[in-house]
Write a protein that binds this ligand. Structure first.
Ligand SMILES: N[C@@H](CCC(=O)N[C@@H](CS)C(=O)NCC(=O)O)C(=O)O
Length: 213
C-alpha cells in the first residue's frame, strides 16, 4: 500500500488523482502546512527539502511530484496512463511532464511566492511577480497551441498522467490575469478531465468542493 503525504491542492494533487485513477490502495497522510509540519523534524527525515508531496512505497521514499507520477505510471503499466516505453510518444510524454514541472510549475511558484526571491522590498516583489506571471502565461500559450493541434488531451483522446498534472497547475493558476481556462483548448481539457470520477474523488477527499480549476 502506498502512503501519500499531502496537503489539499498542493503538489500532492497530481499523484493523488493518479492514485485514484489507477484504483491503487493508498493511505493519505496530512502534512499540516498551517502548522509548518513540512518543516518538522519528523517530516524532514523523509523529505529533507521540507516540501510536499512525499510518496512512501514500501522501502522507497520518493519526493518530487513529477517523479512520483513517473513511478506510479511505471508501477501500473497496464493502466495505460503513459505511452509505451521506447516509443516517440513516450519521449513526448517525458517532454510535457518535464515542461509542466520544470517551466510552468516553477514560474507559478515564483508568482505565488515572489518574496522568496525578492525579499521584503514591495517594488521588487511586484516586479518578480509580474515577470513570473508573464512567463507562466507564455508557457500556458504553448500548451494551448499543442492542444489546439493535438487535443483534446495531451495525447489526443488518450488520457495520460500529464493531463492530471495540468489540472493541478491550472487550479493554482486560477487567479492569474489570464487564467488557464480563458484558453479554449485548455478549457476543453480541464472540463473533460475534471469530470472524471477519480479527479472528483481525489479533491473531495482533500476537502475541496468548489470548482476544481
Ligand atoms: N518541485 C517540488 C515542489 C514541491 C513544493 O514546493 N511543494 C509546496 C506545496 S505545493 C510546499 O511543500 N511548500 C511548502 C514550503 O515550501 O515550505 C515538487 O513538484 O514536488
Amino acid at each position: 500500500m502506498y502512503r501519500l503525504h499531502y496537503f489539499p491542492a498542493n503538489a500532492s494533487a497530481a499523484p493523488h488523482m493518479l492514485l485514484e485513477e489507477l484504483g491503487a490502495k493508498y493511505e493519505l497522510l496530512l502534512v499540516d502546512r498551517t502548522k509548518d509540519a513540512q518543516k518538522s523534524k519528523e517530516y524532514l527525515k523523509i523529505n529533507p527539502n521540507g516540501r510536499i508531496p512525499t510518496l512512501v512505497d514500501n522501502s522507497l521514499v520518493l519526493s518530487e511530484a513529477a517523479a512520483i507520477v513517473l513511478h506510479l505510471v511505471d508501477q501500473h503499466r497496464g493502466a495505460g496512463l503513459a505511452p509505451k516505453v521506447g516509443t516517440p510518444e513516450r519521449a513526448k510524454f517525458y517532454q510535457w511532464l518535464t515542461f509542466l514541472t520544470n517551466s510552468l510549475q516553477e514560474e507559478l511558484m515564483i508568482w505565488q511566492y515572489p518574496e522568496r526571491l525578492a525579499g521584503e522590498d514591495a517594488a521588487a516583489r511586484e516586479t518578480v511577480k509580474h515577470g513570473a506571471e508573464a512567463r507562466a502565461s507564455i508557457f500556458l500559450d504553448v500548451v494551448e497551441d499543442h492542444l489546439k493541434a493535438n487535443g483534446p488531451l495531451f495525447f489526443g483522446d488518450e488520457l495520460s498522467a500529464v493531463d492530471f498534472y495540468l489540472i493541478m497547475l491550472s487550479r493554482w493558476a486560477r487567479p492569474m490575469t489570464k487564467p488557464p481556462r480563458s484558453r479554449p483548448n485548455i478549457a476543453k481539457l480541464l472540463d473533460k478531465v475534471t469530470a472524471l470520477p477519480s479527479v472528483r474523488r481525489a479533491y473531495a477527499r482533500e476537502g475541496i468542493t468548489d470548482e476544481i480549476c
